[in-house]
Design a protein around this ligand. Sequence first.
Ligand code: JFZ
Length: 441
Amino acid sequence: EPKKEIPLKYGATNIGKRQDEAMKRFRDNRLGEFIHWGLYAIPGGEWKGKVYNGAAEWLKSWAQVPASEWLGLMKQWNPVKFDARQWARMAKEMGVKYVKITTKHHEGFCLWPSRYSEYTVAQTPFKKDILGELVKAYNDEGIDVHFYFSVMDWSHPDYRYEISSKEDSVAFSRFLTFTDNQLKELATRYPTVKDFWFDGTWDASIKKNGWWTAHVEQMLKNLVPGATVNSRLRADDYGKRHFDSNGCLMGDYESGYERRLPDPLEDLQVTKWDWEACMTLPENQWGYHKDWSLSYVKTPVEVIDRIVHAVSMGGNMVVNFGPQADGDFRSEEKELAVALGKWMKKYGECIYGCGYAGWDKRDWGYYTRKGQEIYMVVFNCPYSGFLDVKVPKGTKIEKAALPDGQELKVVETTRNEYNVAMPSQNPGEPFIIKLQIKETS
Ligand code: JFZ
């Protein structure tokens, strides 16, 4: 018996995946770089001699620093080593096709000279429009720019966590107008922006104003043709977030996989919509933290595993970087970027433009697919010397080969099951095997 549709004014705007060029580009890009950069890079997790374990971009909150004192850090914003072209080159070398930049994080400091705030790069010793330089430099490298934007703003006196009085609702409506103005400003100053990734939208005040999240989505799409927005922006008429009261995804892609991924066997529902995950290298540090010994830091192979995992389930992956206050990157991040770039150059064909293959996952790794091309991405080498493959009914494997063309022996072991031989020489790193297939039914 079909469930009754709940009538919604501010629910999902599209049903099913968007199939226009801009969305296809978003999807085909698959690998992105996240940049978290703001005043929090200056203290780097330490306030008045105490180092806090929590996320460095939340230090203001951990150390209970009043906004006026926190924003005083602006006097020290002078990233003399900042070189936008260098950042963009590093990203290009790394193999990312897009970058997501924090235009404004929770602290309220704007990386662009906003007319609507006193707390911007223009009011610092450095003065320069950091965002403008980054947009230009990344675009010059052919890299798409996405804007991260926190609605919650700790610098603004009109922000409210909840609305419990007339005064609150008046202040909060001023705040929403301020936010509209900043977003219009971003969309018109930087018209090549491709995407807005909203954050800081979880408070009761915003859930109560679902209409506003629908309005922002429309406003940005009118200003920037083809623009994409994440589900985290959205709440419906009843304050339901990400998915509306009828279970339909709001925004263009789901953005709830943060430092975690869907289970490859249990969570296949994610292949029905577009989604993008993001990850940190330490356990939970987005902004620069001076002490990375406080948590485990992922190795390049673990990062690659997460990228392939996401793509194998039809998602994108964004790998985070938290540049230093001087405008340079820490050595750990530079090294990761080089390692990732090396791998992407060799094996990136199993990432770009690829998606869910629809084949049963095996223990050696993941499948990705681009048209008729199936990629086996191998992370675990079995002692048997064979990689087991179970094909969907009506599919035959005609050939298996390494990227250099070297063929691997394929044996049909039973109906719809094959063994693909491991390469005679162990590649010593995650590698790919391309399958040529024939589908009869
Ligand atoms: C948010 C921010 O608070 C954080 O500083 C960082 O910018 C990150 C990318 O986004 O943190 C979140 C937001 C959402 C979830 C978890 C952490 N979530 O949906 O699970």
